[in-house]
Design a protein around this ligand. Sequence first.
Ligand SMILES: [Zn+2]
Length: 314
Amino acid sequence: MLTRREFIGRTSSCAAHIGLMAAASPALIRRGWLAQERFPVAASAPWGRLVRVADGVWALVSDPLQDRTTLCNGGIIAGRSGVAVIESFSTVRGAEWMMEQALDLTGRFPTHVILSHYHSDHTAGLAGSAAGGGPVVLTTEQTRDLIRERIDGVPAQVLDDAVVLVGRRPTELELGDRSVILVPRRGHTESDLSIEVPDASVMFCGDLVWNGMFPNYVDATPSRLSREVRVMRLLGTTTYVPGHGPLADVAAVDRYIGLLDSVEAAARAALERGMSADEAGAEYSLPTGLEGWTLFSPNYFSRAIGAWMTELQA
Ligand SMILES: [Zn+2]
């Protein structure tokens, strides 16, 4: 029997029921992902590939269909005076591995760890990121509080020592010869952060953007999510690093926006026809061109449509 805390910890993952839907053809899906890869591979492990997306910027594309050590995507940003690692991943081992890669690639130990939101697949490994008390952990106040409340295994001291970003203003993190902009956003959860490297035209999107995998609406405010993603798209960034799935360009983000819109349309139709979210989810099919997308759990369609129905009825 699970305690309440364990239960919440498990369901706070974007990827709690991973593999159910993917079990059909994970190899095929993975081959599709790898084929989309357009950047040199800097490191490879059973749980993902670290690719160099720009000078001093690497993205980890996790391979959750094979191994859950890291589970979410993340990254490394290096400047002359500092190195930032994005996300703390699902396990301590995954977080430690990423810190080791940062050290290998840049020749220095990371100075900062940045968390995009509180979900356990992005934060449960925090003890591994903060080992040795080295890097400064950067998070919003809400994200820090939600980790403290809901995520097991994160040392209280790490959260006490975290540096909390101020209000809803973007924060500039100076890494010497380059700036990283941390932008508070909302939609996937009440407090999301995008991590942007303007000089390299790279954006780490957290779970506001998914690619090749249907998004989890467990904590979403659907209209905000749709608006926020459109704002991110308008920036015309060259490389969007999604929270899950292969790297995205503007065209991929457009396809994702089309997906979000199709979920909204399904919810509106369900309300008109007096259907339940479960019924609408059973009937829902992915938009043309996205049939190869996978799901962490078969209930993601009804969850997404249900989130929209709740908002539209409010
Ligand atoms: Zn998430």
